[in-house]
Design a binder for this molecule. Structure first.
Ligand code: PLP
Length: 427
């Protein structure tokens, strides 16, 4: 049924179908455990022969409904929700990689992902090579190694706002016979469906647009069910798992092998699960995702166009602008809108940018993006202040750069706020 539904219907009703007399609204099951009548009932669950909940570290009905809604939105074969976006990325990688393995990752990824890959995974013996995503496939392939196990990128890079060239990444992943993992956080499945462009696994920080109201940390890993784990390089999916009575994931679960293993092996062992309460709140957030993404995108485009003509602004970066060098890719992959995050430069540099932020009223200075409320940050004086000028440059952070996460307020009020701040703060 839901396979025929559009984004809006899935957002509102996907993942939970009440039976006669049951609550219309997805209930919050704030319970760690589940009652069974016989030892055999429970044994069948532990043997993975029957479906049901055992313990909320592994699954919970409220979390399961949220997972299923995200899964339907992306068009996957299954999903696992996690405590945060970082936890989702970690789970997605460790379900595949172990000591001695290598990952190819787009250099433009979110700072938290960059640190996780460059520092923490390195300590686990997993090596990551960062590549310039503007390179042609042949040049990216030159960075591959015999032990390369994953290709990783983001639909919309943060804070550079580059749109991933899915065609190039798909070509590289296919050539290497490795899974292509995409972080679709800033685009959301309402604007881009990475499985339709060659992704094999999708991760999200649901802390951002999915929740949308800045109440709940969360993440999710979604399996496209479209990668061949039996190609000889991913033995954990085909050989018996000694921690699960020798289950062979591909043999037992077919196209869902990846996501079943992520849950029953890794979520069980690492415990990086989403809390039922966060799933409950995030599910309410998802009910309006389709409306919010339309509004975020429309507001951001209108503001980007207004900024382009403003005398206090030296440059504007928004992938939805026709003047953007990303525009062709934006129309190819994000036909319904380019999301709500944009960046621009204030004339007068560091001090003018700082002063500008301090004059804002509708837009609030916070370390967050993708909220219903408009958020703004001056990376050079805040998130990136510890970096040297060279490191800031490599991260795409200039002294005049303002990152604006456009909310869903009335666009006229956001523009009026920017205008008064530019007039009192800018050059
Ligand atoms: C915020 C973010 C993350 C990390 O998510 P948390 O929920 O903060 O752990 C990962 N990827 C992207 C693109 C993000 O914006």
């Amino acid at each position: 049924m839901s396979e025929k539904w559009g984004n809006g219907t899935i957002c509102v009703q996907g993942g939970y179908t009440p039976k006669k007399g049951e609550p219309r609204v997805l209930p919050l099951y704030q319970s760690t455990t589940y009652k069974y009548d016989t030892a055999d009932d429970l044994a069948a669950l532990f043997n993975l022969e029957a479906e049901g909940h055992i313990y909320s570290r592994i699954s919970n009905p409220t979390v399961a409904a949220f997972e299923e809604k995200m899964n339907q939105l992306e068009g996957g074969v299954g999903a696992v929700a996690t405590a945060s976006g970082q936890a989702a990325i970690m789970l997605a990688i460790l379900n595949i990689c172990q000591v001695g393995d290598h990952i190819l990752c787009a250099a433009t990824v979110y700072g938290g992902t960059y640190n996780l890959f460059a520092v923490s995974l390195k300590k686990l013996g997993i090596e990551v090579t960062f590549f310039d995503p503007e390179l042609p496939a042949a040049d990216i392939l030159k960075l591959a190694k015999p032990n390369t196990k994953v290709l990783y990128g983001e639909t919309i890079g943060n804070p550079g706002l580059n749109i991933l060239d899915f065609a190039v990444c798909k070509e590289v992943a296919t050539e290497l016979s490795v899974p292509f993992i995409v972080d679709n956080t800033l685009a959301t499945p309402c604007l881009c469906k990475p499985f339709e462009h060659g992704a094999n696994i999708i991760v999200h920080s649901t802390t951002k647009y999915a929740d949308g109201h800045a109440t709940s940390l969360g993440g999710v890993v979604i399996d496209g069910g479209n990668f061949d784990w039996t190609n000889g390089d991913y033995l954990e999916f085909v050989e018996p798992d000694p921690s699960y009575h020798g289950v062979k994931y591909v043999e037992a679960f077919g196209a869902a092998a990846y996501i079943v293993k992520a849950r029953v092996q890794l979520l069980r062992d690492y415990g990086n699960c989403m809390s039922p309460f966060n799933a409950f709140l995030s599910n309410i957030g998802l009910e309006t995702l389709h409306l919010r993404m339309e509004r975020h995108s429309n507001n951001a485009l209108e503001i980007a166009k207004w900024l382009e003509t403003n005398e206090h602004i030296s440059w504007v970066n928004y992938p939805g602008l026709e003047s953007s060098e990303q525009y062709e890719r934006t129309t190819a992959y994000l036909g319904k809108g380019a999301s709500g995050v944009l960046a621009f430069g204030v004339k007068g540099g560091f001090e003018a940018a700082k002063l500008f932020i301090e004059q804002l009223n509708v837009a609030a200075l916070v370390t967050h993006v993708a909220d219903a409320r408009t958020c703004v940050i001056h990376p050079a004086s805040t998130t990136h202040r510890q970096l040297s000028p060279d490191q800031q440059k490599a991260a795409g952070v200039t002294e005049d750069l303002i990152r604006l996460s456009v909310g869903i307020e009335d666009v006229g009020d956001i523009i009026a706020d920017l205008q008064q701040a530019l007039e009192s703060g800018g050059e």
